[in-house]
Design a protein. Structure first.
Length: 373
């Protein structure tokens, strides 16, 4: 397997990665309360998976209003930065590389998660039919409908851009190797990007150039703070998660990709729609993204070893993310290298709880250790 393209080293900015395997961001909702602080249990979880060429942390809110779900970690307080330092130290001790995914969920939340405040978004358009997990301290934790947001003012926009910048600095102070901007899956940056969630009539709405402006300003701010070679961006061109829909996704996302290429971010992370009967990204769309972006392209979405290797061979992907398989297979790179079977995860333990379903999945034990794999 010495020529396995999944295990070819890769340079990512100034970083040298051992393989093309990415553990993408996955919400696990196990931050310590109160305070939404990353903890030693999370450090163990990420360190167990450090053989991935790149790990991207679960979505990490940049400010209290950016929190969409109960028990997710933040990176805006000194205590949160110290908590994440536990995680980065543990991953680095195992030789891993870890980026922090920075998110602001915008309208995909409820006042119970943000201290009773009204959510903010590009426009005062609710995420219809979308439910989020809340824990208000009195009722039993559970799912509730999102609330109608208020449209952000220019002062709001400037403040959030500044919060992204500060969160990037905090991530570096916490020992992360870089950051990923979450501009996918219906969260705040995506709410500006997609035509059907943005009804603004100012410089941030209407034309495609205007709808790209918030993404551009946030990317420029974090790049100025920590260097574009430490910045990745996640996009989801065809997903309709959390109610965001674009009338012309290929046009919008090719333009976003060209913009990010001009800003020279180190990678673009494409989240493909991965639910049953989801729309497939046409290969010519992927080739278009390849032509538009000069740096590392990551794809994630129900990949197995065969599909991953084919994508790398075709050239439109440089790295492949394996999401849920990493939950139950902490040694997934080793399983991919040797063709070992993958263990299934327990859906009941994905969100919340403690070590069960987080750190207690075993590595694969070959039945006959003496035989070459």
């Amino acid at each position: 397997m010495s020529h396995d393209n999944l295990f070819c080293p890769l340079r990512l900015g100034q970083l040298h990665l051992n393989n093309r395997i990415v553990m993408p961001p996955m919400t696990r909702s196990r931050a310590s309360q109160p305070g939404d602080v990353a903890n030693a249990m999370m450090a163990t979880y990420y360190a167990q998976r450090a053989e991935a060429g790149l790990i991207v942390s679960e979505g990490t809110q940049i400010e209290p209003l950016g929190k969409g779900y109960a028990w997710t970690p933040g990176i805006h307080s000194a205590e949160q930065v110290a908590g994440w330092q536990l995680v980065t130290d543990a991953v680095h001790a195992k030789g891993g590389t870890l980026f922090a995914q920075l998110w602001h969920v915008g309208r995909v939340t409820h006042p119970d998660n943000i201290g009773g405040a009204q959510p903010i978004s590009a426009s005062a358009i609710p995420a219809a039919g979308v439910r989020v997990f809340v824990d208000n301290g009195s009722d039993a934790p559970g799912f509730v409908e999102t609330a109608t947001p208020r449209a952000m003012t220019q002062d709001d926009i400037d403040a959030v851009v500044g919060q992204f910048r500060q969160a990037a600095r905090n991530a570096m102070d916490a020992g992360f190797d870089g950051i990923e901007l979450h501009a996918a899956n219906g969260y705040l940056i995506n709410q500006f990007l997609d035509s059907e969630s943005n009804a603004r009539t100012d410089n941030y709405g209407g034309s495609l150039e205007n709808r790209l402006r918030f993404l551009k300003e946030v990317t420029q701010a974090v790049s100025a703070e920590i260097g574009a070679d430490r910045v990745g961006v996640r996009l989801a061109p065809l997903t309709t998660l959390n109610g965001t829909v674009d009338a012309n996704p290929e046009q919008t996302y090719l333009a976003a990709t060209r913009l990010l290429g001009e800003l020279n971010v180190t990678y673009l992370h494409i989240a493909e729609a991965d639910w049953d009967d989801a729309p497939l990204m046409p290969e010519n769309f992927k080739q278009g993204l390849r032509a538009a972006f000069p740096n590392t392209l990551i794809y994630a979405g129900k990949y197995d070893g065969e599909r991953a290797r084919a994508a790398l061979k075709a050239g439109w992907a440089d790295m492949i993310g394996f999401g849920r398989p990493f939950v139950a297979n902490p040694d997934l790179p080793n399983r991919l290298r040797h063709g070992y079977p993958w263990a299934p995860h327990d859906p009941a333990t994905l969100f919340g709880g403690a070590e069960q379903g987080l750190t207690d999945y075993p590595t694969y034990q070959a039945e006959t250790e003496s035989q070459p794999a």
